[in-house]
Design a protein around this ligand. Sequence first.
Ligand code: ZN
Length: 62
Amino acid sequence: MANPTHRHTRTRRDKRRANCKGQLPNLSLCPDCNELKLPYKVCPNCGSYNGRRVLDIVEKEG
Ligand SMILES: [Zn+2]
């Protein structure tokens, strides 16, 4: 089994993590309500996907 020979330093570990931390996920605009949503996912705002209503969005009361 391939094993790492040496343990990386804290600095090296943190430098690696600095590249991917705090990045926003990819977002696309919903064609129905023009809200930001994750691509290839059902829009959480209006519940539509591919021009079709998939989810019943219950309006928040109060
Ligand atoms: Zn939407």
